[in-house]
Design a protein around this ligand. Structure first.
Ligand code: FES
Ligand code: FES
Length: 207
C-alpha cells in the first residue's frame, strides 16, 4: 500500500474554480473510467486534505478508474463512489457478513478489505447477479421462501450462497450452514434462508 503522506498547508489553498472542477471530476470518476492523471489526484487531495492514489477496480465486469484515499475500504468505495449500495454496512468491523462481496469468486468482507488491495481482482456485488431484468435463481428463491425480514443481511447472504453453490452445486444442509457461517441474521430467518439455498441449488442444477 502506498505510504501515507501528510498534507501540507498549501494543500488547502485552492480557488473556487478548482473546487468546482474537482467536484465535477470527482463525480464523473464514480461512474466512468477516464485516465486519472497526477493533476486530478492533486485536485482531489486539495479538496479532501488527504493523500489520494489512483486505482482501477473491476466490478461486475466493468472497469473503473478512481482516486481514493489509501484508508478507504472496498465497502466505502462501492457504496460512496460507485453508488453500488446493495452491499450493506452493518457492523463495519468484520462480524456480521452484511458487506459480503465476491473477490475472484470467494466471499470477502468488503468492510475489512482496502480498496487499494482489491485491484487486479474480479469483484462481484449483488447488483451483478440479475441480468436482463431477471433475478438470479438465488434471489428468486429468497423471495419465494420469504427468507428475509429487514433485509439488511440479505445481499451478503445471497453473495455467500452464490460462492457456495458455485463451488458445490449439491450442498447438504450442513454444507449450507458452514458456507453461511460468516453471515449473521439478526432477524433470525436462518431456516428460511437455508431452504431458499437448497431450492436455488435444485433450480441451478436443473438449468
Ligand atoms: S459490515 Fe462488514 S462484516 Fe459487518
Ligand atoms: S433479515 Fe434482518 S438481519 Fe437478516
Amino acid at each position: 500500500m502506498p505510504a501515507r503522506r501528510k498534507p501540507t498547508s498549501s494543500s488547502f489553498s485552492f480557488t473556487r474554480r478548482r473546487f468546482l472542477q474537482g467536484v465535477a471530476a470527482g463525480t464523473a470518476a464514480a461512474v466512468v473510467a477516464p485516465e486519472l492523471g497526477r493533476a486530478q489526484l492533486q485536485i482531489d487531495e486539495e479538496i479532501s486534505g488527504q493523500p489520494r492514489v489512483a486505482i482501477r477496480l473491476r466490478v461486475n465486469g466493468r472497469s473503473y478508474r478512481l482516486s481514493v484515499e489509501p484508508r478507504w475500504t472496498l465497502l466505502d468505495v462501492l457504496r460512496n463512489r460507485l453508488d453500488l449500495t446493495g452491499t450493506k454496512r452493518v457492523c463495519d468491523r468484520g462480524e456480521c457478513g452484511a458487506c459480503t462481496v465476491l473477490r475472484d469468486g470467494k466471499p470477502v468482507y468488503s468492510c475489512l478489505t482496502l480498496a487499494v488491495d482489491a485491484q487486479d481482482s474480479d469483484l462481484e456485488t449483488i447488483e451483478g447477479l440479475s441480468a436482463d431484468g431477471r433475478l438470479h435463481p438465488l434471489q428468486e428463491a429468497f423471495v419465494r421462501h420469504d427468507a428475509l425480514q429487514c433485509g439488511f443481511c440479505t445481499p451478503g447472504m445471497v453473495m455467500a450462497s452464490k460462492a457456495l453453490l458455485d463451488r458445490n452445486p449439491q450442498p447438504s444442509l450442513d454444507d449450507i450452514k458452514e458456507g453461511l457461517c460468516g453471515n449473521l441474521c439478526k432477524c433470525g430467518t436462518y431456516t428460511k434462508i437455508f431452504r431458499a439455498v437448497q431450492d436455488a441449488a435444485q433450480t441451478l442444477r436443473r438449468s
